[in-house]
Design a protein around this ligand. Structure first.
Ligand code: UGA
Length: 360
């Protein structure tokens, strides 16, 4: 089994769940590379934290010298950044990772690279470019908006990186697998704006922030767009199986998501509001408001109408099935956010503070 695994982006949401699971399951040493480790709470002595950016001099050289497997998770993967910091987004997903892919190839280090479901674009299209129900790794076409819709900078950078990795595998022997994650959610996901970060996080953190502040939940474009959400525990299990099933996963691109948890964003808002009122019964009843994408994100945003993964390949390669339903995962995620943030958000807002006093 793999003696040493490097996880690039181990301090992020998925990385902070994955790194301890790898150490535990494989009894291996894990080189955890990131710029911050607040989310990586594990005290496992096999996890070695290296505070650095992947593009810092010597980091990739060091990582590929020590590890026999690199799992690369680093990216700026928040849609509000795609049209506000497009060049940084392209660098993080493409430019900064080129030396890693090259060194993995030269040194015969296995690479499991995290791409994104964004590479499919606005909606699922089959090989003939006709609308389809699900996004399929080796068959679907991609549908991106025009260049002035900067939303697609991330998708294009990620897709080009997939093509570089694929070419290194096909023509120069790189042993790789590529993961396309579909809306993975869980505890310790995004920051809350104005508390421990700025700007607009992904939808879950936006809604939780609004619930905590007693503000209406913003439904962009009315919230008709649909996503299939997967629990991070299902993601971790799939990646561990990918590590184990080395031969079958070689050269494969694999969707990881949970099609059974497909909902509209408006329904997600209602489900979260219901769970929130169960956990915080004294808080103000949730309200919802429709906002346009331009109002919410500014110019250059664009969206995916519907994003459902075909997970047939993951099932057959990994013998894996995502297990956690949306109604099972939401209470744990809300509980985590309430525990970490309720005090900090409440002290900045009037409505959430007032409610308990009125009832008392
Ligand atoms: C994003 C990233 O671009 C993907 O790479 C990533 O894999 C994915 O998140 C993920 O979470 O895994 P997206 O699903 O569009 O893709 O990101 P969100 O910001 O979570 O938005 C989901 C939908 O909710 C979008 O249609 C957005 O317009 C909407 N939204 C967001 C609202 O209606 N209200 C909000 O307050 C925030």
């Amino acid at each position: 089994m793999t003696a040493r695994i490097a996880v690039l982006g181990a301090g992020g949401f998925i990385g902070s769940h994955l790194a301890p699971a790898l150490a535990e399951r494989f009894g291996c040493e894990v080189d955890a590379v990131d710029v911050t480790f607040e989310k990586l709470v594990s005290k496992d002595p096999r996890i070695h934290r290296r505070c650095a950016r992947v593009e810092d001099a010597g980091v990739v050289e060091e990582v590929t010298r020590r590890a026999s497997l690199v799992i690369s998770l680093t990216a700026l993967c928040n849609p509000s950044l795609y049209s506000t910091f497009p060049l940084e987004v392209i660098d993080a997903s493409f430019t900064h990772l080129l030396p890693l892919v090259k060194l993995c190839t030269e040194r015969r280090v296995r690479l499991i690279h995290f791409s994104t479901a964004e590479v499919y674009g606005r909606r699922a299209m089959n090989a003939a470019g006709e609308p389809a129900a699900e996004m399929t790794e080796d068959d679907s076409c991609s549908l991106f908006g025009p260049v002035h819709r900067e939303r697609w900078t991330y998708a294009c950078a990620k897709q080009l990186m997939e093509r570089v990795i694929w070419a290194q595998g096909k023509h120069h022997g790189l042993e790789f697998s590529i993961v396309r994650p579909f809306n993975t959610i869980g505890p310790r996901m995004d920051y809350l704006p104005g508390v421990d970060g700025d700007g607009i996080p992904r939808v879950l953190a936006c809604f939780i922030d609004q619930l905590l502040r007693g503000e209406p939940l913003s439904l962009v474009g009315g919230g008709r767009q649909r996503r299939a959400f997967m629990d991070v525990a299902d993601m971790v299990e799939a990646v561990c199986r990918m590590v184990e099933r080395r031969g079958p996963c070689r050269g494969q691109i694999v969707n990881l998501g949970n099609p059974a948890n497909e909902v509209s964003i408006a329904d997600l808002a209602r489900l979260l509001a219901r769970e929130f009122s169960a956990l915080a019964p004294l808080a103000r009843a949730a309200r919802f408001e429709h906002v346009t994408a331009d109002e919410f994100y500014g110019e250059g945003y664009d969206d995916t109408e519907q994003r459902v993964p075909d997970i047939g390949k993951a099932r057959s390669l990994l013998g894996w099935e995502p297990r956690v339903s949306l109604s099972e995962m939401l209470p744990a995620i809300l509980g985590d956010y309430l525990e970490r943030y309720a005090g900090r958000v409440a002290s900045r807002t009037s409505r959430f503070e007032r409610e308990p006093e009125r009832v008392a």
